[in-house]
Ligand binder design. Structure first.
Ligand SMILES: [Zn+2]
Length: 220
């Protein structure tokens, strides 16, 4: 009797497997392919030999930047129109020219660099978005992107709005619309605590993703 059962199982299992496979392929072919895929380059600031800012209780900026960049990539998995390329996926240093070079070479729709801030006064807090000084009065696409990022982040995080600012930045090498977000201050004990929590990092990631979709006209 036991032998009979195992014989039936021998027949039924392959049949079930074949059916599952058939169903899976028919479902995937019915799924509409995106009309266009936008390449978005996300840069986690610093890395490797360059820790970035060292914040409250020794937190390293490079680790926070990478965690947020990776969460953006994960959140974008449910967006078939977006192809996220990270400039680094681990604790390595990538030269700045190479980072913007990636976006230029790929003809990306936009380049976004993720950073966290440091100030000698630990009371200083808030979010700001930076653009290269040399883009002042031009690169209006990047200014639109920066303003949207800044507004969405401040609203989502309830953080102090430090605005969109122009600074001397390597981002000037980008030939595609670009911005750099400073999501908060690691020198501020409260923001350092928040910036190390996955739930806060994920709120940042989702807010940034919403801005990317706004910029690309992918939001209903
Ligand atoms: Zn930085």
């Amino acid at each position: 009797m036991g032998q009979m059962k195992s014989k039936i199982a021998l027949i039924i299992i392959p049949v079930l497997l074949a059916l599952t496979l058939l169903l899976a392929t028919s479902v995937s072919s019915a799924w509409p392919a995106p009309a266009r895929q936008f390449i978005v380059v996300i840069d986690a600031g610093h890395g490797g030999k360059d820790p970035g800012g060292i914040g409250h209780q020794g937190v390293k900026e490079k680790d926070v930047d990478l965690a947020i960049a990776r969460l953006i990539e994960i959140e974008a998995l449910s967006e078939p129109e977006l192809k996220i390329i990270l400039t680094r996926r681990s604790d390595v240093y990538v030269p700045l020219r190479e980072r913007t070079g990636m976006a230029n070479r790929l003809g990306a729709s936009l380049y976004l660099s993720i950073h966290a801030n440091i100030h000698s006064d630990r009371r200083v807090r808030g979010t700001e978005t930076l653009l290269p000084e040399s883009w002042k009065g031009r690169s209006f696409r990047s200014l639109t992107l920066a303003r949207n990022l800044q507004a969405n982040l401040v609203r989502e995080l309830w953080s102090r709005d430090r605005g969109v600012k122009y600074q001397r930045l390597y981002l000037r090498w980008s030939q595609v619309p670009a911005a750099l977000v400073e999501v908060g201050f690691l020198s501020n004990p409260e923001e350092a605590r928040l910036l190390q929590s996955i739930s806060y990092q994920d709120r940042i990631a989702r807010s940034i993703l919403a801005s990317i979709k706004d910029f690309l006209g992918l939001r209903e």
